[in-house]
Design a protein around this ligand. Structure first.
Ligand SMILES: [Zn+2]
Length: 67
């Protein structure tokens, strides 16, 4: 299944096509993007943002529990 071409961040043309489920390739330039890695990083960012708050509350509750 091929999706519509997306805008290539390198040449700014809508020639970025999906080669594999997580690999995008620009037909205009040699830009390649492996989303299996970059998405991982994005999710980690989101998780650390939410997890950071959760960890913060955990620390606060733990500190209060010991007081
Ligand atoms: Zn390109």
């Amino acid at each position: 299944m091929l999706n519509e071409p997306m805008e290539c961040p390198k040449c700014s043309k809508h020639t970025l096509i999906q080669r594999k489920s997580d690999l995008y390739e620009c037909v205009n330039c040699d830009f390649e993007r492996d989303f299996s890695q970059s998405i991982d990083e994005d999710y980690k960012e989101d998780e650390s943002a939410g997890g950071g708050i959760l960890a913060f509350f955990l620390v606060v509750f733990t500190v209060f529990a010991f007081l």
